[in-house]
Design a protein around this ligand. Structure first.
Ligand SMILES: *[C@@H]1O[C@H](CO)[C@@H](O)[C@H](O)[C@H]1NC(C)=O
Ligand SMILES: *[C@@H]1O[C@H](CO)[C@@H](O)[C@H](O)[C@H]1NC(C)=O
Ligand SMILES: *[C@@H]1O[C@H](CO)[C@@H](O)[C@H](O)[C@H]1NC(C)=O
Ligand SMILES: *[C@@H]1O[C@H](CO)[C@@H](O)[C@H](O)[C@H]1NC(C)=O
Length: 391
């Protein structure tokens, strides 16, 4: 899930203004924290005081793999709740007993049961640009109304105390199908529970193994890399916007079935969002890619931003998309999306037309589950880089 850049900047500056009024100690800019955490790898290893933990993930599957979620615990004694580990956002938002009836379908964090719960009372809201499923977000249909709080968070047995939490007090109807209770932001800075664990000596990285439903065994490893999940080596690339919370890499070129075009050779920064299943590219890029797959892929007017083609044609179409990147040694590498990802299933209003995996969204270039499923991925906060190994 990702929120628009303008709103994200607004939220960040609003957050700082808010905490500096009440809690000057926490108000230190996050970029300074990061700089203090960047240390030579050998030094990091010597100071290591916490061992990595692995959290099993379940796949939210609705005709296509949508999102992967796992359990964290909040409060004292711990209440186990499931969250999407979302690299496209930065905070923990959780359904709570302070929510109105809009959260009734979800397991909720009961604030009165926790002896360490602190109600910070300030309210805010967040509107996401990408949602839970494969449909484009329309207006503010993925909006959460939030109330600030603080409590202990436990992940895989590792404990982070006095963590900021956003309690969901109201959510738009689109969230009701979620089989999970919240969203745990895993942006590219050491924040929240992860920042606390890094301060306690956990290596500053996490890894995702998000698998198709039929494969199973998905997992998040916090503070390490599960080398049993891949053969071969990891290829690392430096973040395009080091020091920011955004996981993005610069891509000089995109190829489709081995071909490219002038539009696809434009350099772009591609955001990696584990909380989004589809791919979002600007309209010209999306249409240039589709033109190389089949002229029969057409915009689907009933849902602006989506494209589709007769489901019967899908098996005949080669649709290998290679997104080119440059590794930390200056060598090119591709992240490759196989043809099997082309269809995300039939449109509700037109069951013989299948929606295709790229939505047009001007101003954003973003990939999610449909790419991450094909790689073991390492999200290296301390070294501001991402690593990939084919699985
Ligand atoms: C989360 O915990 C519940 C029990 O509290 C368990 O049934 C469920 O399988 C767990 N989910 C995952 C993804 O591990
Ligand atoms: C929350 O916990 C309190 C204290 O145990 C209990 O009285 C209340 O019924 C719980 N609320 C919900 C919605 O489960
Ligand atoms: C690694 O390669 C070996 C030998 O080909 C194979 O048995 C094993 O399943 C592979 N492991 C993974 C995680 O792909
Ligand atoms: C990336 O994919 C393109 C298109 O298939 C190919 O021409 C290119 O050689 C690939 N690059 C690498 C480094 O494998």
């Amino acid at each position: 899930m990702i929120y628009p850049l303008s709103i994200s900047l607004f939220l960040v500056s609003g957050y700082h203004a808010l905490v500096s009024a009440s809690e000057p100690v926490v108000a230190a800019p996050q970029t300074i924290k990061l700089q203090s955490r960047v240390a030579p790898k050998e030094a990091t290893l010597r100071r290591r005081a916490l061992n990595p933990v692995t959290v099993p993930l379940a796949d939210f599957f609705l005709g296509t793999d949508l999102q992967w979620f796992g359990n964290i615990s909040i409060g004292t004694p711990p209440q186990e709740l499931s969250v999407v580990f979302d690299t496209g956002s930065t905070e923990l938002e959780i359904a709570s007993t302070m929510c109105d009836s809009s959260c009734d379908a979800q397991a909720k964090f009961n604030t009165t049961k926790s002896s360490t719960f602190v109600d910070k009372k300030t309210t805010s809201s967040i509107t996401f640009s990408t949602g839970v499923g494969v449909d484009p977000v329309v207006g503010a249909n993925y909006k959460l109304t939030l109330r600030a709080a603080q409590d202990t968070i436990t992940v895989g047995g590792l404990v982070a105390k006095k963590m900021p939490i956003k309690l969901i007090t109201k959510q738009t109807a689109k969230f009701e199908i979620n089989p999970f209770s919240g969203i745990q932001g895993m942006g590219a800075q050491a924040q929240g529970f992860f920042g606390s664990l890094v301060d306690q000596g956990l290596p500053s990285l996490f890894s995702l193994f998000v698998t198709p439903q039929a494969v199973g065994g998905a997992e998040l490893t916090v503070g390490g890399i599960d080398k049993s999940k891949f053969n071969g080596s990891l290829t690392y690339a430096p973040l395009a916007d080091a020091g920011s919370t955004t996981w993005s890499l610069t891509s000089p070129t995109i190829s489709v079935n081995g071909k490219t075009t002038s539009v696809l050779k434009q350099t772009r920064d591609v955001i990696f969002d584990s909380g989004t299943s589809n791919i979002l590219f600007s309209t010209d890029t999306a249409e240039a890619i589709y033109a190389l797959i089949s002229p029969k892929i057409k915009a689907h007017a009933a849902e602006p931003g989506t494209y589709g083609i007769a489901c019967s044609l899908i098996p005949t179409l080669p649709a290998v998309i290679d997104i080119g990147f440059t590794d930390e040694n200056g060598k090119p590498f591709n992240l490759s999306i196989p043809s099997s990802e082309l269809s995300v299933g039939p449109f509700a209003d037109s069951p013989t037309t299948c929606q295709t995996l790229i939505n047009a969204f001007d101003g954003l270039d973003l990939v999610g589950g449909s790419v991450l499923k094909h790689y073991y991925s390492v999200w290296d906060v301390g070294s501001q880089r991402m690593g990939f190994a084919a699985v």
